[in-house]
Design a protein around this ligand. Structure first.
Ligand SMILES: Nc1ncnc2c1ncn2[C@@H]1O[C@H](COP(=O)(O)OP(=O)(O)OP(=O)(O)O)[C@@H](O)[C@H]1O
Ligand SMILES: [Mg+2]
Length: 247
């Protein structure tokens, strides 16, 4: 894959917390429009990897590029650009409880993009339609279900028009019914051609939606490949065991 086609390039990344090596030479490319599912046991380094791609952590070795730009040092212009190119949604929605749904979205737009109020409100309406919450524009977070709050968090991130969206276990705090509605929004985004990297325990979602699966184990990319191929023919005992434990 050429650098031009890849939205995200991760190469030989090492991340340590003190003496603990959490990412041990991780590398893979994500092409524009691709959906990647990162799976693996607890502690295998999945969240840390996403945080590194989002520029929330600094790596000890290796390179990360988003849209052809290196991640750069904290405080650098390159890091600031990265933060604009990458949207990230976490398990906790982190909405401001005292602001309406619309204000939660337009606040980010005025702070990050310095957008005038009317343009920000139009953008808010557009992204709320994408996540199916047009009728909740004036609601406060506490008036929404967990699934609806998570969809607002996704909409807020989309409003900033990122080049790639990162999702870290965004449904793990939700009941099955609410999980399904959030996954449906993500599936729709994938269909619309959004480039996405999702850490997920939802193997059904990974099998259905992901183009590429990355199985992390002990801080390494243990297995990687096209979804159907990887799940039908696990190459390592570790991945086989993981797949059977997730059924
Ligand atoms: N800020 C930190 N300081 C020290 N150690 C950390 C820090 N963040 C993560 N770790 C350690 O790094 C390892 C990988 O953590 P990480 O959160 O990336 O795993 P994960 O694959 O996302 O796990 P889970 O499935 O439970 O979310 C763990 O051993 C964790 O304790
Ligand atoms: Mg995690």
């Amino acid at each position: 894959m050429s650098a031009a086609e890849a939205v995200v390039r991760v190469a030989d990344v090492v991340k340590e917390f003190g003496a603990l090596r959490v990412l041990d030479g991780v590398g893979f490319d994500v092409a524009r429009g691709q959906t990647v599912a990162i799976v693996g046991r607890s502690g295998s380094g999945k969240s840390t990897l996403l945080r590194c791609i989002a520029g929330l952590e600094t790596v000890q070795a290796g390179t990360i590029e988003v849209c052809g730009h290196a991640v750069g040092r904290p405080g650098s212009a390159a890091r600031a650009q990265l933060r604009r190119d990458v949207g990230m949604v976490f398990q906790s929605y982190n909405l401001f409880p005292h602001l309406t749904v619309e204000r939660n979205i337009t606040l980010a737009l005025s702070l990050v993009k310095k957008q005038p109020k009317e343009a920000a409100r139009a953008k808010s309406a557009e992204v709320l339609a994408l996540v199916g919450l047009t009728d909740k524009t004036t609601a406060y977070p506490e008036q929404l279900s967990g699934g609806q709050q998570q969809r607002v968090a996704i909409a807020r991130s989309l409003a900033l028009e990122p080049q790639v969206m990162l999702f870290d276990e965004v449904t793990s705090a939700l009941d099955p019914e609410l999980t399904a509605e959030v996954l449906a929004v993500m599936e729709d985004l994938a269909r619309r051609g959004m480039t996405m990297i999702t850490v997920t325990h939802e193997m059904g979602f990974a099998r259905r939606v992901a183009d590429l699966v990355v199985f992390m184990h002990k801080g390494k990319v243990w297995e990687i490949g096209p979804t159907a191929e990887l799940f039908s023919k696990p190459r390592t005992a570790e991945f086989r065991q993981f797949v059977s434990s997730e059924l």
